[in-house]
Design a protein around this ligand. Sequence first.
Ligand code: ADP
Ligand code: MG
Length: 321
Amino acid sequence: MGEFDLITRYFTRPAKRAVIGVGDDCALWQCQPGMQLAVSSDMLVEGRHFLNTVPPKRLGHKALAVNLSDLAASGAKPLAFTLALALPRVDESWLQGFSEGLFALADQYPCELVGGDTTQGPLNICITVMGEVPPGDALLRQGAQVGDDIYISGSVGDARLALEVMRGQLSLHAEDFEACRRRMEQPEPRVALGLALRGLANACIDVSDGLVGDLGHVLKASQVAAVLTTDWIQDSAAISPAMQSLPFAKRMDMALAGGDDYELLFTASPDQADAVQEAANESGVSVTCIGRITSGSGLQVLDLQGVPMSRRFASFDHFAH
Ligand code: ADP
Ligand code: MG
């Protein structure tokens, strides 16, 4: 099968909202008057972002999910995406699974595949997503205010936990492992929550490299400091049953520095606490208050007694090793 047959067979579907979709030199999209375009790219490299054991259907889902997570963090509504794909060889059962997982998630929003590029090479998947947001409504990393509550959506630590089990560093009951593995391989982008937080959150980011590190980006952009509590790591909606089975110190590592969570971390005025919970309910995802924005710079993590901890929680950095 040649390049063009491959594109036609696995990645071409009739255009829906696109004026011109896959097949021409450029895709064409009719923008809604007055809306701003939100654009983001995320690349997934085999061995770096995923293991070669991941089922292709889950990989198709994840490749798009991590991109939609960026739109969610910006409070943007998904519109369209492109797919740049390097494949070592034409493996039809892989392509079938990958495209199924990809389109299943795309159809949920909907977010339309409008173009891309296909080449031979080490497995590498790069998606660019486009979304729309009314001017002034985008959620940014800057904007956190002194006194804001800090929230995290869903649960954190599960993906890292699954990874450690796969590496043989930890063990879990089969059921717990399956739940964590699903969180790692098929994260659910928090798009509905991102939209519901427009006008409510003062700052927002999606947690991909670890909660503490990604919170650091918000603090830096907003020129503020923060205090994080840890009682929520003991018992809250942000800690899954699988995480509950770990000793507290280990759980803290996974929750604060695990990575691959794809949850939204955001700040909002305490006056908005009820509205935040309502937004969460409407979006079908829990949100947990994990700390507060303070003045100055830096981040303090308090232990269960409320005493600042001296430990540091390192985030993932591709070039830090
Ligand atoms: P060009 O020669 O203009 O770069 P290509 O030959 O690479 O175009 O691609 C032909 C058409 O197929 C283009 O519309 C391109 O956007 C689309 N396309 C290529 N690869 C993919 C892919 N993996 N997914 C979706 N569309 C793709
Ligand atoms: Mg091309």
